[in-house]
Design a protein around this ligand. Sequence first.
Ligand code: FAD
Length: 284
Amino acid sequence: MQYESPKSIDDAISLISNASGNTRILAGGTDLLVQMQSQVADPDLVVDIKNIKEMKEFKKEDGAYVIGAAVTGMEIAEHEEFVKDWPGVVDGVKLIGSIQIKGRASMGGNLCNASPAADSIPAMIASGAFAIIAGPDGRREVLVEDFIKGPGKTTLKSNEILVSIKLPLKKQNSSGAYLRFTPRTEMDIAVVGVGVNITLSDSGICEDAKISIGAVAEKALVVEDAASALIGNKITEEIIEDYIEKVRASARPINDKRGTVEFRIQVIGVIAKRALNMALERIR
Ligand SMILES: Cc1cc2nc3c(=O)[nH]c(=O)nc-3n(C[C@H](O)[C@H](O)[C@H](O)COP(=O)(O)OP(=O)(O)OC[C@H]3O[C@@H](n4cnc5c(N)ncnc54)[C@H](O)[C@@H]3O)c2cc1C
């Protein structure tokens, strides 16, 4: 196996473009190294991106946050201004493994690994985040919900690389939350997860909402019906019941050892309600 640690994005792209065998990008390695150890992945070339400056940058550009693909979970969780602006995304990142795992694991790696149960993805989707992708023909931006194609599958071509994740300008009177259900409190995989982002008017009417659910389909879903149940309304108990119903109706989970279809559909409504209330509380 060949290991390379380029210093620029152009060099990384030329390495992956000219490679003939199986190539993998290495960020924190908390997914990739486990996959290599268990022979799920057997790359001929590993391209480590941690020595590329832009991949490790966490900056604000024109009011939007741009988080390099190799910025670690701990770096995100400790960024005070970001924590205030995008608490829902931080909720998701903070749930990734232990402190030790978050000291290595990146949000970019969580996104590119494309697990249906990944914790940062519904939160990123609810926040309107974009994936910034670089390839031989330049750069392109896609919404995070369009980046994932299915379990372990993304829109990245074999000669492309995720450079960063962009969080748009935070609107006034808005906030978010991400919650998941796991049988254990830590170091477990989401049985269901819900990301919520909501904007209220001064009079308390919901002006905008974006809801995403994880671990209940082949990829994290955007639940437009649930957002529509909130938009234009004061968030009363009746409205919340309608929202919960819409979330449950969109879930299409599988039966597995961690939860039945019925259980997941039941629990996702409970978690969706809690995440919404958490976001509302944060606005107040
Ligand atoms: C003990 C343990 C607990 C965990 N708990 C959780 C949890 O609670 N929730 C959760 O969601 N995840 C969890 N994970 C999974 C993992 O930690 C996360 O998915 C993490 O965010 C991956 O980031 P990374 O930087 O380590 O990615 P890596 O392992 O480096 O990469 C992951 C995948 O993405 C690709 N990749 C990485 N960066 C790029 C890029 N810039 N461009 C193109 N492809 C790229 C790699 O080739 C690889 O296929 C856990 C893992 C472990 C080992």
